[in-house]
Design a protein around this ligand. Sequence first.
Ligand code: SF4
Length: 368
Amino acid sequence: MAATAFACPKRMTYGPCGGVDFDGSCEVSPHRCVFLDVDTVRWARAADAPASSIAIAVSEPAVPVAASAPAASPAPAAWPPPAPSPSERMGKRLEQGNVVVADLPARALDAASLAECAGILASRVDAVLAGDSGTSRVQFSPSHRALLLRAAGIDVWSGLNCRDRNRVALEGELAGLADIGAAGVHCVTGDHTRTGNRPDAMPVFDLDSTELTALARAAGHLVSVAESPAAPPVGRRPERLAEKSRAGAEVCFVNHAGGAEPVARFIRSVHDAGTDIAFLPCIPVVVDRGSAELLPTFTTLVLPEGYLDRILRATDPFAEGIAAAIELGRQMLEIDGVRGVNLSGGAAAGREAWFADALAMIGEELLP
Ligand code: SF4
């Protein structure tokens, strides 16, 4: 009997995901990743791409219209001019540079913790990246989380994964995020359910990150994607990012790749391939043993040599962790094409607000 061919457990079309192990094996199986030995899958031309079925009714203030006004009269200029939306604000900040986005360390199902962390970070970073919590697969929906965070006074770059929702549910989230006013939407395929704390849940993967990117862009969002320069196939990661860019991505969060030099090399390759996209490299934030223990949960993590030792062996790991992140952040901001950084990490249970304060202190130093 012929052996059954191994298929991608995430049913990806535009793979590989960022979870390919360093030896080429699949994130959830001992098999070799199916995308390693085939050409990079090209994004379908826009005309071929599935049309969005979203019809977003974004809340707008009612504007009274005078029935007797002549049809040809020019509309009077609104005064005061409408405030820019969070995504317009973020677009301007990306042009300016030194954008600081911080991972949100709040407890996943705790509105008070979300508000507390948002309050600590507000005005000290540009936005929080409110994505999938690595320690909790069950969490508030992205749009509800964004609503709570906006109410607490901070702009939200919302993470959206394809693991837990089908196309229709994702479209609903995109509509909700447009109505709430997300600064950006970060489109990822997501880790497989077998790698988290809910292996009993059915993985969905109706779409992958590239397809979700197109959907989010069609819904009017500022769209970001992730890329992992250190994950196989290393030489073809720039090509894969180019396809995400063709699908609509405008920003790339660069996963931990070992420091400024590997990130600069990756960005040069992307530019050489003719792709123009704004980069926000991830900066690992470690301020105690608890936050250090969370880092290995990040897929294909590579830290700068000696980074963890420097912090954990210091007499004051909190101060040393902040100093190390600021130093690395400044190095990243020097790289051509880098428009900002993402302060990346998580807090040990019970230390969320304390960790948020560390992120805010780093943010204050890196903001222009
Ligand atoms: S590593 Fe990712 S892309 Fe490759 S086969 Fe596994 S799940 Fe699919």
